[in-house]
Ligand binder design. Structure first.
Ligand code: SAH
Length: 401
């Protein structure tokens, strides 16, 4: 299908932005269905601007695959992009890491799609129905471009909804094994540490590779400290803290299966379970309990799920972050370190830092941010919206009450 868009959208496309919103489209040759290739021409000279996936169910109506220079979208196109993406990640291997994000959506040329590598298992996660028509071609490209034994498909929550009927229309379901032998858990190494992830049912694709650099920093800070890992999930931060010589680790998460997996990850690395205390509870209630028991920790990591990915949730998200800071502060020992993280795409880095330091100020404490690392090399930020992860490493400064 051919499409014309408003001048502002033309400008954005020329600048390399990968999204065309519904309201930017002024003319299209026909109605179009999910996954059709939409070619956008400029309105003055009728020159090629970009080609992308048409996505009638999304306000991001066209998701750009290729801009500026025309290219045929076929298996070879996907292969070239995959080879480039793998090459970008190769430095990780020398850091003792075999689990990482191999394709990070738009930033690697695959809009609304991620591909994670867990050693020899690949996990493909789709966020739009527009990919379904291209899945076969994509899988063939994966087989040609990459080395792996198994491929698992994950579907976003929207794609799992009955309304879209992905299961009956395409015979696809979340957690389906597309290639290779089914096992469900995939082992991988990160920073020289061993982990196992439930790639069929775990959050996202099974593990949070985006926190790798922050975990590494936690490892460097953990020596001799009592560590509290809030929203621990399967223990990414906990295992790194143990590797860094933490005296003990208390892991707090509402999910019992996540804590079981955490225990397994501790065992995989040969750390004593006696150094680990599992606390299955709601984080807010669990933190309150620890405050009431006057517990103290030298390092507290708070890595909640995204509270705000829609504008409507912003107010509640801000309140939740504030409350978490308020609850974490009294748990810090005098030389304590607080790591506050947010993966809410709607909250900017500056806003998050202001929110955290002000929440502390209101509680009569001064927090000094001494590091705030950003995305790792497997989460390249190809356009502004791709940046979502924030982590503030803070210590108490000034007078304590
Ligand atoms: N820090 C983890 C990732 C955290 S993901 C890592 O590095 O791997 C978010 C986690 O928050 C999930 O494990 C989920 O079970 C947990 N969670 C969600 N709501 C919660 C709540 N109210 N209280 C405690 N844990 C919660």
């Amino acid at each position: 299908m051919s499409v014309r868009v408003k001048p502002a959208a033309e400008h954005a496309l020329r600048g390399g932005h990968p999204w065309v919103f519904e309201e930017s489209i002024v003319k299209q040759s026909h109605l179009g269905s999910a996954g059709d290739l939409a070619v956008i021409y400029d309105r003055d000279k009728n020159n090629f601007l970009a080609v992308g996936l048409y996505d009638p169910l999304s306000p991001i109506r066209i998701k750009v695959l290729q801009a500026r220079k025309p290219r045929k979208i076929n298996r070879q196109f996907f292969i070239d992009k995959l080879v480039a993406a793998q090459k970008k990640r190769d430095p990780l291997i020398s850091q003792g890491t075999t689990g990482y994000r191999l394709v990070y959506g738009e930033s690697d040329g695959f809009p609304a799609l991620v591909l994670d590598r867990y050693g020899n298992t690949l996990v493909l996660k789709l966020y739009t129905t527009a990919w379904l028509a291209h899945l076969q071609e994509l899988v063939a490209a994966l087989q040609e471009a990459l080395v792996f034994d198994a491929l698992v498909l994950r579907l976003s929550r929207a794609l799992q909804s009955d309304r879209l009927n992905v299961a009956s229309l395409y015979g696809l379901r979340d957690g389906q094994q597309l290639l290779g032998e089914a096992s469900g858990t995939a082992q991988f190494v990160e920073g020289g540490l061993l982990f196992a992830a439930d790639v069929r049912r775990g959050h996202k694709t099974g593990f949070f590779f985006d926190q790798r650099e922050n975990r590494q920093r936690v490892r460097g800070l953990a020596e001799g400290r009592r560590v509290l890992d809030v929203f621990s999930y399967t223990g990414g931060f906990s295992v790194y803290a143990l590797a860094g010589g933490a005296r003990s680790v208390t892991a707090l998460d509402i999910s019992q299966p996540a804590l079981e997996a955490l225990k397994n990850n501790v065992a995989l690395n040969g750390f004593e379970q006696t150094r680990v205390d599992l606390l299955p509870a709601d984080a807010f209630a669990g933190l309150r309990g620890l405050v009431e028991a006057r517990r103290k920790f030298g390092l507290v990591v708070v890595d909640p799920p995204a509270f705000a990915n829609r504008r409507a949730n912003m107010g509640n998200a801000v309140l939740a972050y504030r409350r978490l800071v308020e609850l974490a502060l009294p748990l810090l020992s005098d030389d304590g370190i607080l790591v506050m993280s947010s993966c809410s795409s709607r909250i900017s880095c500056e806003r998050f830092e202001q929110l955290v330091t002000r929440a502390a100020a209101v509680a009569g404490q001064e927090l000094e941010v001494f590091a705030s690392p950003t995305h790792g090399l497997d989460h390249p930020i190809g356009f502004p919206e791709a940046a979502y992860l924030k982590a503030l490493f803070c210590r108490l400064s000034g007078n304590r009450k």
